[in-house]
Ligand binder design. Structure first.
Ligand code: ADP
Length: 489
């Protein structure tokens, strides 16, 4: 009965400045993983809505109501949006926490201010991108300038719902594109709210549209649409491969992918502070319930300090025991949903079957009668070819392996089909540089973990994807170079 009553809350899509239902009448339920209750039914955008949104976005682009506004004017609007995000900080943090289970304090302290900062940073950057004059011929002037692409679609995951959206939406809008955003089906609320705030800030109708729905329906419709110029994605490698297929089968839209990782964290015996290294190692894997693409899920430790590091980690893990996401003392919360919880528990069972030694955690926890919580979990004696050593688990599960030489550590670190990030702990500057150069990843953090800042690019190689988010390099994805050759007569 309670569920039936809750199902009356309907959230609509945001297309061309208006809230609307799906023509098909289809909705999907968004469930709070900390209560197992339905938060709302949300319109599932199908082919009709995607078509309508693409047309609106294209029309807005061609009319130039955003792309051809002066940079100063666009900057002012995006700065206003950044302010509005901070004004709605409590609400946006709560929406993300309720839908995907992260501690609300975490969202409030990091995700929402981070999102606001992305918008202000790209707002401030957009009028500082100069073109070039190329030295071609004496009787010609050749300029190389950047122009927007047109219509950009962003498909984003649920682990940092608003922040991941902002990584794509802020630079895409700053560059002058029209944008379609598909949030993950687990966490569409903050994105829908962002669309309302964008209108309030002065982004013209049609320029920013939010299309909630599942990957199979809405995501696929976006991937296959022939009039989208560029599709940017953060999510699993499996889905990334599908998006490239869709692009190949439709209009060869540009595709940029930020997929998974199995990022190694290398602790050498000459590390200057093992306590700090252990604290960071714990944070890197247990923060956000381990639902982080660049989580350092493989810990490689040089033999002489192996036992000491494992011991410290076991002690530190307890600090990351999950709690109610709304409790301000919780450092970790619920897993995103029952499916992901079961998936992570299956991986833990498989790791045990494959002979890894469970030294900490490994159990599901029940909080307020709900079982979507997992203890911080550590395995040692992890075989190099086991699932635990190779596959992304996307949960609070750490695989620890010893090594005996720098060469072996590098080989183990690079023995992965992923190439997103890595960390290195060493007191030797030479070693840090040597190892950093040898690691096949997009970001190396030295004597820290998960170095991330809007000023530096983020992204990976191998099957972690390609293209970079953040920094001015992000504009490479959202603009195209135009050469104009003027012959002088
Ligand atoms: P995860 O397994 O972590 O949920 P996914 O890659 O499935 O990662 O999801 C990331 C985003 O990709 C979500 O917004 C999801 O809806 C979307 N997605 C999933 N499958 C598809 C698909 N076949 N086509 C397009 N988008 C998809």
């Amino acid at each position: 009965k309670k569920r039936a009553a809750q199902q009356r809350f309907i959230c609509q899509a945001q297309i061309e400045g208006k809230a609307c239902d799906a023509k098909s009448g289809q909705t999907f339920a968004v469930i709070n993983p900390a209560t197992d209750q339905i938060l709302a039914q949300v319109a599932e955008c199908g082919d009709d809505e995607v078509e309508r949104a693409v047309r609106a976005a294209r029309r807005a682009y061609q009319r130039g109501i955003w792309a051809r506004q002066s940079p100063t004017a666009r900057k002012a609007v995006l700065l206003r949006l950044s302010e509005l995000i901070m004004q709605h900080r409590d609400e946006l943090a709560l929406l993300d926490s309720l839908s995907m289970g992260k501690p609300v304090v975490e969202a409030w302290q990091l995700d929402i201010p981070g999102t606001a900062h992305f918008f202000s940073w790209y707002a401030e950057s957009l009028d500082k991108i100069y073109g070039q004059v190329a030295p071609t011929a004496a009787d010609a002037v050749a300029t190389v300038t950047r122009s927007p692409l047109g219509v950009v679609a962003a498909i984003v995951p649920w682990n940092f719902p608003l922040e991941m959206a902002a990584w794509k939406v802020a630079p895409a809008l700053a560059a002058g594109n029209s944008v379609l955003l598909k949030p993950a089906e687990q966490s569409p609320f903050s994105a829908l709210r962002l669309a309302e705030l964008a209108l309030e800030a002065g982004i013209p109708e049609g320029v920013f549209n939010v299309l909630p729905g599942t990957g199979a329906v809405t995501g696929q419709a976006l991937g296959r649409h022939p009039d989208i110029d560029c599709l940017v994605f953060t999510g699993s490698t499996r889905t990334g491969k599908r998006l490239m297929e869709y692009a190949g089968q439709s209009n060869l839209k540009q595709v940029w992918l930020e997929c998974g990782g199995k990022s190694p964290n290398l602790i050498f015996a000459d590390c200057h502070d093992l306590g700090l290294a252990a604290e960071n190692a714990a944070r890197a894997i247990f923060y956000n319930q381990g639902e982080v693409c660049s989580a350092n899920s493989r810990l490689l430790v040089e033999r002489p300090v192996y036992e000491a590091v494992v011991e410290r980690l076991i002690a530190l893990a307890a600090e990351w025991t999950p709690g109610d996401p709304l409790d301000p003392n919780s450092r970790a919360g619920a897993m995103v949903d029952a499916r992901q919880t079961a998936k992570v528990m299956d991986s833990i069972a498989e790791a045990r079957r494959q002979g890894a030694r469970l030294v900490c955690g490994g159990e599901r926890l029940t909080i307020n009668g709900v079982t979507n919580y997992i203890q911080p979990t550590i395995f040692t004696d992890v075989a190099p070819d086991s699932l635990l050593a190779r596959e992304e688990i996307f949960g609070p599960v750490l695989a620890v392996q010893p090594f005996d030489s720098e060469q072996q550590a590098i080989a183990m670190a690079n023995d992965s089909h992923y190439g997103l990030a890595a960390s290195v702990w060493s007191g030797s500057l030479n070693r840090a540089h040597r190892v950093a150069q040898a690691l096949e990843v997009g970001t190396v953090s030295v004597n820290t973990v998960d170095a991330l800042d809007i000023c530096v690019p983020f992204g990976g190689g191998k099957q972690s994807g390609f293209g970079r988010d953040l920094s001015l390099h992000s504009f490479d994805k959202y603009t195209q170079l135009k050469t104009t050759w003027i012959q002088l007569h």
